[in-house]
Design a protein around this ligand. Structure first.
Ligand SMILES: [Zn+2]
Length: 102
């Protein structure tokens, strides 16, 4: 059971709470799969995603409330953040490739 479905947490919209690195990492992985630059099997994609995210600091935002002050794009479109996400995914995928679970 998802703990978010448990009372009293089920009255809150946790879908608005996102780790911004997850957005960037998933975009990098989607691009790599489309360009056939990585194995697209379930194990490799999820392992790479988890490893990459574990190597990056958590960066949670609450979408909606403060968008006017700090739009999410200011994080996801920052070229330094995009580059850090790409490096994290490439490093993670190298580890997965060396010891794939597929
Ligand atoms: Zn694979």
């Amino acid at each position: 059971m998802n703990v978010r479905e448990r009372s009293p947490l089920n009255r809150y919209d946790f879908s608005r709470m996102v780790n911004m690195w997850e957005t960037l990492v998933l975009e990098v992985i989607a691009d790599m799969i489309e360009r056939n630059e990585m194995c697209s099997c379930h194990d490799c994609v999820l392992d790479t995603c988890a490893l990459a995210l574990n190597s990056l600091p958590s960066r949670y935002w609450i979408l909606g409330s403060y968008d006017a002050f700090s739009p999410p794009e200011s994080f996801t479109e920052d070229s330094m953040n995009v580059r850090l996400a790409e490096e994290a995914v490439l490093k993670a995928y190298r580890l997965v490739q060396a010891n794939p679970h597929h």
